[in-house]
Design a protein around this ligand. Sequence first.
Ligand code: AVJ
Length: 323
Amino acid sequence: MIENLDIYNFKEDEHEDDSEIISDLKNSDQKRINSKHFYDKKGSKLFDMISELKEYYPTRTEIEIIENQKYSFRKKLPSNASIIEFGSGSNKKIKKLLNALNNPKEYISIDISYDFLIVNAKEIAKKFPKVNVKAICADLYQLESINKIINDNSQKIGFFPGSTIGNFSQNDAKKLLIGFKKILGKNSFLIIGVDLRKDKKVMEKAYNDSKGITAKFNKNILKVINKKIGSKFNINNFEHKAYFNEKKKRIEMHLVSRENQNISLKDHDLKIRKGESIHTENSHKYSAAEFEKLVISAGYKKIDFLTDKKNYFGVFFLKVVDN
Ligand code: AVJ
């Protein structure tokens, strides 16, 4: 028992997603798997390993930006606030933020990977005994359930690091940001990290590392799906592919079939041709100006834009526009 930790689980019925998974796989335009399925225990571990790779610049760059700007965070953000982190992943960034703030009162961590969420929340609760920690296992779309456990009186600071926003299309990103405002309420702040567009070679290397960890991460999604719906994907029959789609300004990850295959999806069959791919992730890369336009259209105003020397990564410091 940890005194200052509460745990909530809103994860949907295990099989609720199954028909969606199957229709996505059978999509006649492009077979796909939603990237939220990456993050089982193994996938979250692999992503942690990715974030330590020399080629994968976003995590380390964002941490460096937060570290360098901690005094400005302390000065500009309210004391006794409630910090709500959307899609937490690793603990490194929130520790820096909590250390930077004056008397943070509450830390609410929302993540879809239950095991990781709990391990991380426990660590924070122990390290910051004066902070009330709430761990919520939920999809970011489940804003209504999340809203029920968030109380209205405290001033909120939303924290959405890691460029997770890049996994959404511009349209969905806007909807998500509008949804966040409902949780954050009036007079609140949002600190959001976004990967900036840069030399294509640098971006493509970050998703094609020399140790092959990203390839493992990508293929692991098939194991997650096998476990979830009882399908029979053999990961050895697929190749990892990641490239920058110039037109759509995003890194796309695919799993390319090495041969013609007929895969059992339990009650269905899936035909996949040699060379055909399953699309597993989009990671949109923005210019600072494009991203600013997006957040303004979602009802925020920019207080500050922080970046690194090379302009690789951006941290936007936003305030909800009250009306
Ligand atoms: C954690 C979703 C931001 O898109 O860069 C890393 C996930 N995928 N390598 C990203 C990821 C491949 C990552 N996000």
